[in-house]
Design a protein around this ligand. Structure first.
Ligand SMILES: [Zn+2]
Length: 133
């Protein structure tokens, strides 16, 4: 007795892996392998975006806060998405002033608000897909 004991060694490595259903494959976005795109953080929503998608705002050495669409002005810069919701936060909630540790003059504020008004209304769900349906 005891002769016919076969050790269960012959495991073929053929097991197909069970893929849990309902799980999305991780590979959603192929990572863009572009070469060095400067990135900046929006001061309102804190999202990091390519610099060119953001609007630069600058505090000039004499204390004004201005839009700097060409990024050529000198001074301390901050970036805000070209989106109403971000300008809402940046302008109306005082984020910009806090960022620059200064107070907007009425004139500067008017200029920024004019820019804000020129932004197209946002389409819900067009960007930044969240968990909302
Ligand atoms: Zn933003």
């Amino acid at each position: 007795m005891g002769l016919g004991v076969r050790s269960p060694r012959k495991i073929h490595r053929k097991q197909t892996k069970m893929v849990a259903e309902g799980q999305q494959p991780r590979k959603r976005k192929p990572q863009p392998r572009q070469k060095h795109i400067p990135q900046r953080t929006c001061i309102a929503c804190r999202q990091v975006r390519p610099k060119r998608e953001l609007i630069r705002v600058v505090r000039t050495p004499d204390g004004h806060i201005l839009l700097d669409p060409t990024s050529k002005k000198s001074g301390r810069g901050a970036y805000v998405c070209a989106r109403r919701s971000c300008w809402d936060i940046a302008l109306k909630k005082g984020k910009l002033e806090r960022e620059f540790e200064t107070t907007l003059t009425a004139e500067d504020r008017a200029a920024l608000e004019a820019y804000y008004a020129s932004l197209p209304p946002e389409q819900p769900g067009a960007e930044g897909a969240g968990s909302r349906p």
